[in-house]
Design a protein around this ligand. Structure first.
Ligand code: GLN
Length: 518
């Protein structure tokens, strides 16, 4: 039995029935990581010893006739934005280098309780800010389909490790497309559930009103399997939903007959690569042949998605990342040359800001304390994170708040309403995930706006708080995967998974693997 070739559903069944030992399964994936990750850079930490020991304990329990969890022996790679008590959690930032959280994220704890085996932590854009994985402080990830290209981001390591068979499934997070876009560019299936469906406790916060964790796998069926374990209410996350979790895997096979699928004309406008457009059109035809009906719908405010997202997300980020000041959290700058404490110039600010009197603020802008904050943040954060913090701080500052942040919130509401209106006419909305296939590493790093535009089809889902799934619907002539996206109303997880599964029963794009010799 070759574990690398099996679906997650089959791997778990094989372990539970004793046809495959959890140890053999784990070893096969660790061997694969050792053989290929030097070229991909998908992992920031690998957990071989502990994972194999855990797998051995699972095998022993099976031999003793004890019950096993629903993900028994399943290797899972976890994005480095989720806290793991036994492995460092860096968010691919120098700011958190070497940080070991005192607890597991709720999702990680659920995986462990289900007897999944955490194989390691995956590379990502720093603090999940980016769409190419090039913003990692620990090196870019290479797309397994073409090592000179980006895997997408920010969950690029999670997407690449599944595409390259280094793990059968992975966990990602999606604030504006970070599960769906890398899944699309790496030819795998990525699912961003409704906001609140999965607990965010222990997910390092980027933009809290948009962040959502989700599964990344080779198929919708494998995503459904993971969802049954990772979704559900968590009293430790006030925004997590109390709704019961359906048995997604048992609902996958309902036919697509009569499913009403919306098509948005704006999704086929300027910037869309013709090969991507052709792949997406072909997927509409496949869904039609399966009995779905296609209807034109409008999302009139979708064109404001990018500016709205790129105000709200940086505003929330600037606030969330204020905690990394070298004192409360994160990297602390060493006192160095020119440091106040060293030059002995005293604590009183000389800028006039700290001026005397009762209740004076002794930490003026050039006090050693503030200097330590500034230098810690200057050293710990990379350029994109700094750009977001500056954008967000500016947009939240007195005088600009109403013009930028408050206005973006109002547009967000209009975008939400567009979806509510559209979902009175159709069950799901379909279209491309990204305007182009995987782009070259370095191609967009000098132009932040070009990088932001990559998210034009994905940010609406997060702004509306709804769910979306992406999966491959073809390949370009150059052999790069083309992604298809389905978006659904709030809590339509089952329907999204079922529609993607239905499509995957009729096509074999999701079964293709890159030629990446060991
Ligand atoms: N690419 C988007 C950004 O840079 C989305 C990131 C995400 O979903 N975490 O913000």
């Amino acid at each position: 039995m070759q574990p690398l070739a099996l679906s997650a559903v089959d791997l778990v069944a094989a372990v539970q029935q004793g046809e495959l030992s959890a140890v053999a399964c784990a070893e096969a994936f660790f061997d694969r990581i050792a053989a290929v990750d030097g070229r991909i850079n998908a992992f920031l930490a690998v957990n071989r010893e502990a994972a194999v020991a855990q797998a051995a304990a699972i095998d022993a329990r099976r031999k003793a006739g004890k019950p096993l969890g629903p993900l028994a022996g399943l290797p899972v790679a976890v994005k480095d934005a989720l806290c793991t008590a036994d492995l460092p959690t860096t968010c691919a930032s120098k700011m958190l280098e070497g940080f070991r959280p005192p607890y597991d994220a709720d999702v990680v704890a659920r995986l462990r309780r289900a007897d999944a085996v955490i194989v390691g932590k995956t590379n990502m854009d720093e603090f999940a800010m980016g769409g190419s994985n090039e913003n990692s402080a620990f090196g870019a990830v290479h797309n397994p389909w073409d090592l000179t290209r980006a895997p997408g981001g920010s969950s690029g390591g999670s997407a690449a490790c599944v595409a390259a068979d280094m793990a059968p499934v992975a966990i990602g997070s999606d604030t504006g497309g970070s599960i769906r876009q890398p899944a699309g560019l790496c030819g795998i299936t990525g699912f961003k559930p409704t906001y609140g469906r999965i607990s965010r406790r222990g997910l390092v916060a980027f933009a809290s009103s948009l962040d959502q964790i989700g599964p990344m796998a080779r198929s919708a069926a494998d995503c459904a399997l993971l969802m049954e374990t990772i979704a559900g209410h968590d009293p430790g996350d006030a925004t997590s939903l109390a709704e019961p979790v359906p048995t997604y895997t048992s609902l996958l096979n309902e036919p697509l007959q009569g499913l009403r699928i919306g098509r948005v004309a704006e999704h086929f406008g300027a910037g869309l690569d013709p090969e991507v457009a052709a792949g997406v059109e072909a997927a509409f035809e496949t869904l039609k042949a399966a009995g779905a009906t296609i209807h034109d719908v409008e999302l009139p405010h979708a064109k404001y998605g990018i500016p709205t997202y790129y105000l709200i997300a940086p505003c929330e980020a600037s606030s969330n990342l204020a905690r990394y000041d070298g004192a409360h959290y994160g990297h602390r700058a060493e006192p160095g040359k020119g440091h106040r404490a060293e030059t002995g110039k005293g604590y009183r600010a000389e800028t006039g800001r700290g001026g005397g009197g009762a209740g004076e603020y002794v930490g003026g802008f050039d006090s050693p304390l503030v200097e330590m904050y500034c230098r810690s943040r200057a050293e710990g954060f990379g350029p994109e994170v700094k750009r977001r913090v500056m954008l967000g701080t500016y947009a939240l500052s007195a005088g600009y708040y109403d013009a930028f942040y408050a206005k973006a919130l109002r547009v967000r509401r209009l975008i939400q309403r567009d979806y509510l209106e559209a979902f009175t006419k159709v069950d799901l909305i379909a279209g491309p995930v990204s305007p182009t296939p995987a782009f070259k590493l370095g191609e967009k790093t000098g132009d932040p706006l070009a990088m932001y535009l990559v998210d034009m089809y994905t940010v609406g889902t997060n702004l509306a708080g709804i769910g979306g799934i992406s999966f491959p619907c073809g390949f370009t002539a150059g052999g790069l995967p083309i992604g298809f996206q389905l978006q659904g109303p709030a809590l339509a997880e089952s329907l999204l998974l079922r529609a993607a599964h239905g499509y995957q029963q009729l096509t074999d794009w999701h079964t293709r693997r890159p030629a990446l010799p060991a």
